[in-house]
Design a protein around this ligand. Sequence first.
Ligand SMILES: [Zn+2]
Length: 317
Amino acid sequence: MRKSQRKKRTGKKGRFFITVLLVSAAVFMCVWSGLTGWPDACIISEIVKGGGRRGNESPETAGQAAMPAWLFDGGRMAFDFDNGSEGAYQSSLKIENTTGVEAGTVLSSGKIDIGAPEKYFTIQEIDDNIFKNVNGKSYHENGDISLNELRYLKLLHYNYEHEIQVGELIVNEKIAEDCRNIFRELFEQEYEIQSMRLVDNYWTGDSGETDKNSIEHNNTSAFHYRVITGGAALSEHALGYAVDVNPLQNPYVNLDRDGNPTQYYKDMELYLDRTSGAGHMITSEDICYQTFIKYGFSWGGDWENPKDYQHFEKKIE
Ligand SMILES: [Zn+2]
């Protein structure tokens, strides 16, 4: 009799212990899934909460609907684009466009419809908001180019951490389609571009200094109403016909008679030897060069002196 009572007490303790163990395991796996990006583990949290998958939701879908987006970005804080007007389970997991998403924002890959990237590559006219950002900086009224001839592109690119990031660019309307296609193709091939912001984000109050500031932030950019580097003539950038890509690894190199660069940029000496194989250097072998050339652009790396390895242009009269 005593023996069986003791057994019974032991059984209760055992069940309690097992319950604690299971709940601890579920909590641990959920936290771990957030840190490692392993979504299936989060379904356990749904089961514990009495939820679980619904209808034809995939395990990943169920997990994402239940967890904050940042947990799905390897523990990094990332923007959550869930459509708030819909219930948690009906919320749109993929964003439809990047309208209203600031350039430079990193997106968790689960939010991108990777099978239909074209919707994230848009061309628009210069509206009042864009005008406010560029007026008096990269743009001011002039006799060479009007706002009607320029287009604002919103794009996606992989950054140097290989995360998907929102980018922006202003180019001449005549090459806007080409640029959209080029950067979409580069995105599809996961080509890395560190930053793609308007130069106005690096405005110093001086056009030449701003250009240098943008370059030293390794920023890819296009339109900037300015003169050429070290000269007085209008740059192709002033007409929106030129794009500079990953400028730190692809410097503007103008050599003097002694063979020394007349203009110095951060870490420039690391990228003067174009055969070194250093990352993100544009050569005639890589897909960046090949894609621009396919769309009829010419490359500054093919010039004699100066050589401008970051620079692609396509001028249409
Ligand atoms: Zn350039």
